[in-house]
Ligand binder design. Sequence first.
Ligand code: NAD
Length: 279
Amino acid sequence: MELRGMPVVKKMAEIDRVAVEELTAKGVIPTLAVIRVGEREDDLSYERGLMKRFDSVGAKVRSIVLDLDVSEEKLIETINECNEDKDIHGILLFRPLPKTIDEKKVIECVSPAKDVDCMCLENIAHTFAQDNEGFEPCTPSAVMEMLSANDIDLTGKNVVVIGRSMVVGKPLAMMLLKKNATVTLCHTRTKDLKGICQKADIICAAAGSPKMVDASFVREGQVIMDVGINVVDGALCGDVDYDGVKDIVEAVTPVPGGVGSVTTSVLLRHVIRGAQKSI
Ligand code: NAD
C-alpha cells in the first residue's frame, strides 16, 4: 500500500478551515511571517507551497525578504519586530543563514510563543519533556500525523528511526516513545543497520541518503515512513528505494507526495494554535 500525504492534508484542511473561520469572525487572521535571506530556489519553492496551503483555508503568509549581506543586527531587529507584531502568530526563518551570521544566537531571538517550527531550545525542551506545551518540530509531527491518520497503532511496536538530527531523528524518537513504541535510534556509526531494520515493525528513514533503505533492509508486514528529500540527477527521491521495497512491505510513503506534503499542514496548524492562544 502507498501511504500518500494528500488524504491527510485534506482531512487536516477540513478542520483548519473551520478554525480559521472562527478566528476570522473574531477579527484574527492566522498569519505566518516567513523571514528569508536571499533568493535560494528551494526556499522560494517552499514559500510558494506555504502560500498556497495557507490561502486554501483563509490563513496568511507574510514574506519578509532580506539581502544576502544583511547584518546580524538587522536580522535580529526584523525578528523582534515580528515578535512584537500582534498580527503575526508564527515565525519561520529559512536556514541555513549566511556564514557571517551566528545562527544559534539569531534563532534564540524568536519568541517561543511564535516559534512554530521548534527552532528554539525552549520548544525543543517541551518536545523532549512531552508536556504538550510549546510547538513540536513540523517534520516529525507530520510523520506522527500520517501514522495516526492511517490508524497505525504504535503501542509496543518496534520502531527504527534512521538519523539523529535535532530537526527530525531525535524529536521523532521522543514523539514515538510517547505513543508507547519501543524506539531504536540509528545513525552513521550504528552497527548492522540492515539487521536492526529487518527486525522492526516500522522504519522511519531520515538520513538524507538517497534510496539507502533498499529491499535488503525490509521484510513483509512492515510500514516504511520516508522523511528523506534528496535530488538525484534533477529528480526528487527519498531515503527509501521505493520501487525496490513497495512489493515487499505492507505500506510505504512515496517521495514526493508523502511525509513532505503533510509538513506544511502541520506548520499551518501550529500558526492557527498560535493565533488561538493570542486572543
Ligand atoms: P541531517 O543531515 O542533519 O541528519 C542526518 C542523520 O542521518 C544524521 O544523524 C546521520 O547520522 C544519519 N545518517 C546519515 N546517513 C546515514 C546512513 N547511511 N546510515 C545511518 N544513518 C545515517 O539531516 P536532517 O535535517 O535530519 O534531514 C534528514 C532527511 O530528511 C534529509 O533528506 C532532509 O532533506 C529530509 N527532511 C525532510 C523534511 C520534510 O518535510 N519531509 C524536513 C526536513 C528534512
